[in-house]
Design a binder for this molecule. Structure first.
Ligand SMILES: Nc1ncnc2c1ncn2[C@@H]1O[C@H](COP(=O)(O)OP(=O)(O)OP(=O)(O)O)[C@@H](O)[C@H]1O
Ligand SMILES: O=P(O)(O)OC[C@@]1(O)O[C@H](CO)[C@@H](O)[C@@H]1O
Length: 302
């Protein structure tokens, strides 16, 4: 069974406008509201790709209730720890460029952390746990590590899509899959913007700490590093409509294709196609969109 854990979910409020005029009244052309947060996006894409998962994490207030009801409507099981403060709203402004304003999230008590750890303690060997996204600032820094340690104790496969100190800490648990983008990879190794050649150097170093490593680079494609192969795929061309969740879709695409026993090249191509299909749609990708794109993803061995 796959579990996703989003410590700081969000309602993603997407605002389309022609132009953003700072310091003035702006009127939106169109607004859209989605349940968000990286783990939640992974659960939503997995469902669309025909794979069930349970969404874990913290949820509270009217925004938390919205997320749970949307997920249930999509047939996704939820087992959130309920907290008193409202789940954050993340604003994504689409005015030519994409500008994001992510909220802080509610205060989480140590008792609520304990309740989430108890849910992880109920997982079994062979289960997959996706730990994705940032933690609310109120959460003790060691919380992410406690969750990973609990999962590792039970031989649960860890999938990590987070950044900063949390990413560095979680790598000690030898994740099954880790998916930084190239900025997060640079930050991890304390270096500045990476060329493709440098992504290969640092991606290989990351593969010493995890079984499957994907380094995504937005429209410039992605690398895969692992024991069996090292791969590169160009991202297919298309009109970008909303790249929010593209990376999460890659994670879901990888897990879905891996579970169906495809070759590593096919799994990676499917993962890239899922990322790009999301970038080309308003919401997250559908299975049909991924199927259409996957034939256009060319995977090359390094
Ligand atoms: N402009 C684009 N054109 C085509 N494909 C894209 C584009 N942007 C993203 N993608 C696809 O999505 C994948 C992941 O993108 P990206 O590197 O932006 O992830 P990310 O930074 O983790 O994103 P997010 O945090 O928004 O989920 C890329 O490898 C690519 O397949
Ligand atoms: O603040 P975090 O946790 O780093 O990122 C949260 C977020 O930007 O990531 C998702 C896209 O990957 C969005 O659904 C959500 O708003």
């Amino acid at each position: 069974m796959i579990y996703t854990c989003t410590l700081n979910p969000s309602v993603d409020y997407i605002v389309h406008m022609d132009e953003l005029r700072v310091g003035e009244l702006n009127r939106a052309l169109k607004t859209l509201t989605f349940p968000g947060g990286k783990g939640i996006n992974v659960s939503r894409v997995l469902k669309r790709l025909g794979v069930d998962s349970t969404a874990l994490g913290f949820a509270g207030g009217f925004t938390g209730a919205f997320i749970e009801s949307e997920l249930r409507n999509e047939g996704i099981a939820c087992d959130f720890v309920h907290v008193p403060g409202p789940t954050r709203i993340n604003v994504k402004l689409k005015a030519g460029l994409e500008t994001e304003i992510n909220g802080q999230g509610p205060v989480i008590s140590s008792e609520e952390v304990r309740r989430l750890i108890a849910k992880i303690a109920a997982l079994s060997a062979g289960d997959v746990l996706v730990l994705a996204g940032s933690a609310p600032p109120s959460l003790p820094v060691e919380a992410y590590e406690q969750l990973a340690a609990e999962a590792a104790k039970r031989q649960v496969r860890l999938v990590i899509d987070t950044s900063g100190p949390a990413l560095r800490t979680l790598l000690a648990y030898q994740p099954f899959l880790v998916k930084p983008n190239h900025h997060e990879l640079a930050e991890l190794f304390g270096v500045s913007a990476l060329t493709k050649e440098e992504v290969v150097i640092y991606g290989r170093r990351l593969a010493e700490m995890g079984r499957h490593v994907i380094v995504s680079m937005g429209g410039a494609g992605a690398f895969y590093f692992g024991e069996e192969a090292e791969l590169f795929a160009e991202a297919p061309e298309g009109t970008v409509r909303n790249s929010v969740g593209a990376g999460d879709s890659m994670v879901a695409g990888f897990l879905a294709a891996h579970a169906s026993g495809k070759s590593l090249e096919e799994v990676f191509a499917y993962s890239v196609a899922a990322g790009s299909a999301t970038a080309f749609s308003e919401d997250l990708c559908t299975k049909e969109e991924v199927k259409t794109l996957v034939g256009r993803v060319r995977v090359a061995r390094l």
